[in-house]
Design a protein around this ligand. Structure first.
Ligand code: BGC
Length: 757
């Protein structure tokens, strides 16, 4: 009976009061009518995102929802709670459905590689697959909005959130961001499995000084518009309907209080019409930043700057009505913000289908049922994410009949392989490298395993990692005992594969490091393994570029596996045994030492470049280190070899013309493989100094042994544009270098001239 009444109510509700169609006039009329009925408190309710936790129990939240005081929920990922929340929203005075959000950063129930890994695929299809599967799984569980993609570019691997982004480059990151938005939101937000994206963190979070979490940023406007702002803009141009504001100070003004950033740039220059969401706690933090005197002042400043929605709101409801009454905020300020939220909900079709994808009978076990997970897709993307860094004497691939000693603190850790921001996944469903190797090998007796060392000897680190839940275990056997056990196994094996790196919690929010080398416990283990004289494969598991000069020397072969997600162990085995020929490329330079940071490929030449005309004194260099990183951006080997040559269709280009680049790729080895051909451009002489190279295109090609193939790029004037000396976005006539190659160090060069017509 209850159900029948509810059904009747829903029909009435959807067909009459909140009927909607796609006509813009109707939408405006609908929202105007709704706004005219709403009290100021109810409008503020729409601007509040709340999560259950601490003193805010589910019951309290449900009551607030019914009172119309909450516009969206986040961090609840289980039915029937989501359904109950939406049901209660439909009992609120204006019956406005809720946004149901979660951080779906690299997968949902099925966890894909961390974003640095996804970026390492340099494969648009792989990126699209991750986004599609994530959106499908999340919406099937009832969610309708996510706080992703994260497109903060960074050149500082000390920053822990490096793992969440797509690396150092504006173009690669923009491509990933664009694809995530397009695939998650789908062509229409009203589609059943469309998930609203929230591009973040606007802006410059990845440029925090010293790589220290939450630190300030300061940057010229040219560098911002030329590099750091590019990916946010790309995601907005792709249609992202929400944006999250960064926690940091941008050129002296916290982003949350930054009218220039949130209104002049975002709304006026970029014409963003969606919802602007503050990050967790950011409103209160304006007091610490020293731009607001108290919480009430912080609310006023944030709204005036252009914030619509307060994440985990503490103060909006408390102060906005009062601020409006006092005239410090106008009702129009609040109407504007509220209109953005209602407009989004309207476009999502929520008023018509508030229960879209919600199923109160969906139990938690069903959410993780095998037939709902996407293991095949996860394995496909994971193996594509692995980067082969070294392979002396073609040690890899291994034979499935070899005796293998699998060693290391990350060889059998189910939690770590999921990486950070994988809260909706389940560690017990993940495949560890040890498990993956055991699945693949012909005779399981040939595989032996030892921990060998703890991730670190430092108890404080474990305390930190386990602050909120136990994610890292400490083995309290004596260090020597663990090492000698590992060494014994190594001596009895044909080859040693050591899984070393970081715990997932070491490359996360709030986990900056000043020393990005392997912890001493793991270095000690590697030294002991090396001393056995057995061939050594170092398989890295980590969420940021590490400094690996010693390990690079020690290893016969080296793999960067990042944190690969649910199917990580199987993907690693695929690569180790050659069932998949590795093709990943680094999306970020790996420094030799922390002193080189920031080290990135697209730097300026300086007036005294080192290593071309002059290697000596008075050139830009260090006394104690080369300038070049250990592994450059775009780098990654294969089990086969490729040769790349190229030609241009012309040596001159009209202002409205184009040049076609034809690259001939030859697989010169004797097994099939995939190469990612990279296009870099350099504006040789311009009104401002331009980078030595900028990535402008990439395409993969798979070739059989000794096969040849072609890859094409079209260079258009749009790709030559930059912010000139007058801060105009133009392409200046003159000479351009075109580089084509397999990584950013390529010197394979041709030249053309952009004409002045
Ligand atoms: C992070 C955001 C995230 C939010 C909600 C914040 O701490 O900075 O990236 O979306 O929490 O989980």
């Amino acid at each position: 009976m209850k159900k029948l009444i509810l059904l009747l109510f829903m029909c009435l509700f959807s067909s009459s009061i909140l009927a909607q169609n796609d006509n813009r006039e109707d939408k405006k009329a609908f929202i105007d009518a709704l706004l005219s009925k709403m009290t100021i408190e109810q409008k503020v309710g729409q601007l509040r995102l709340i999560s259950v936790g601490g003193e805010l129990t589910l019951d309290k939240v449900l009551d607030q929802i019914e009172a119309g005081e909450i516009g969206g929920i986040f961090n609840t990922v289980v039915e029937p709670d989501l359904s109950r929340m939406q049901d209660r929203a439909l009992k609120s005075p204006n019956k406005i459905p809720l946004l149901l959000g979660f951080d779906i950063v690299h997968g949902h129930r099925t966890v894909f590689p961390i974003n640095l890994g996804i970026a390492s695929t340099w494969d648009r299809q792989a990126m699209a697959l991750v986004a599609q599967v994530s959106a499908d799984e999340a919406t099937s569980d009832g969610l309708n909005i996510t706080w992703a993609p994260m497109v903060d570019i960074t050149r500082d691997p000390r920053w822990g959130r490096v793992s969440e982004g797509f690396g150092e480059d504006p173009y690669l990151t923009s491509e990933a961001g664009r694809i995530f938005v397009e695939q998650m939101q789908k062509p229409s937000l009203a589609e059943k499995n469309s998930l609203v994206t929230t591009v973040k963190h606007f802006a410059l979070y990845g440029a925090v000084e010293g790589g220290r979490e939450y630190n300030s940023t300061d940057m010229s406007e040219r560098k911002m518009f030329q590099e750091y702002l590019v990916p946010y803009k790309a995601a907005i141009d792709a249609g992202s309907q929400a944006i999250m504001v960064s926690l940091v100070t941008v050129n002296g003004v916290p982003a949350t209080a930054n009218h220039w950033l949130l209104t002049d740039v975002l709304r006026h220059q970029w014409h963003f019409n969606g919802v602007v969401i503050s990050d967790h706690g950011a409103i209160r933090e304006l007091i610490n930043h020293g731009v607001a005197s108290d919480a009430k002042d912080a609310v006023r400043i944030a709204i005036k700057a252009g914030i619509d929605v307060s994440m985990n709101d503490e103060y909006f409801l408390q102060f906005i009505p009062q601020l409006v009454k006092e005239g410090a905020l106008s009702e129009d300020d609040i109407n504007n913000a509220c209109r953005h939220v209602l407009s989004l909900k309207y476009d999502m079709g929520l008023f018509r289908h508030p229960h879209r994808n919600l199923d109160p009978n969906l139990d938690i076990e069903t959410m993780f049922a095998d037939n709902r997970l996407h293991r095949k897709e996860a394995r496909e993307v994971a193996r594509r994410s692995i980067v082969l860094l070294k392979n002396d004497n073609k040690l890899l691939p291994l034979s499935k009949d070899q005796k293998i000693a699998v060693i290391g603190p990350l060889a059998d850790s189910k939690r770590d392989i999921l990486g950070s921001w994988s809260g909706a996944g389940r560690a017990n469903l993940a495949v560890t490298p040890l498990e993956g190797i055991n699945h693949a090998i012909n005779n399981p007796k040939n595989v032996s395993y030892a921990l060998g060392a703890n991730l670190s000897d430092d108890p404080a680190l474990f305390k930190f990692l386990n602050l909120y839940e136990v994610t890292a275990k400490f083995d309290d056997r004596p260090v020597e005992k663990m090492i000698s056990e590992a060494v014994e196994l190594a001596k009895n094996a044909d080859v040693v594969v050591a899984f070393v790196g970081e715990a997932q919690g070491m490359a996360h929010e709030s986990s900056s490091r000043t020393d990005i080398s392997l912890p001493e416990s793991q270095k000690r283990l590697l030294r002991a393994l090396k001393a056995t004289g057995k061939p050594l494969v170092i398989a890295l598991m980590n969420g940021r570029p590490l400094t690996l000069v010693d390990e690079f020397q020690q290893a016969d072969a080296m793999l960067e596996t990042w944190f690969l997600g649910t199917e990580g162990g199987n993907a690693i085995a695929d690569v180790l045994f050659g069932d998949y020929n590795p093709s990943g490329k680094l999306p970020m330079s790996f420094p030799r030492n922390v002193g080189q940071i920031p080290v990135y490929y697209s730097h300026l030449n300086t007036g005294r470049p080192h290593g071309t005309e002059n290697m000596g004194k008075y050139t830009t260099s260090y006394l104690d280190s080369p300038n070049e990183p250990l592994f450059p951006f775009g780098y990654g080997l294969s089990y086969t070899d490729f040769n790349i040559t190229f030609s241009l269709s012309a040596t001159e280009m009209q202002q409205n013309g184009q040049i076609i680049v034809t690259a001939i790729v030859e697989n010169t080895g004797n097994r099939e493989g995939t190469q990612t051909v990279q296009l870099y451009l350099q504006d040789v002489t311009a009104s401002v100094s331009r980078p030595v190279k900028e990535l402008k295109g990439f395409e993969s090609i798979t070739l059989k042994a000794h096969e040849k193939g072609e890859v094409h790029f079209i260079i258009k004037p749009e790709m030559l544009k930059f912010w000139n000396d007058k801060m105009q976005y133009v392409a200046e006539p003159g000479k351009f270098n075109v580089f084509i190659g397999s990584d950013s160090t390529t010197q394979n060069k041709q030249t053309f001239t952009l004409l002045n017509n």
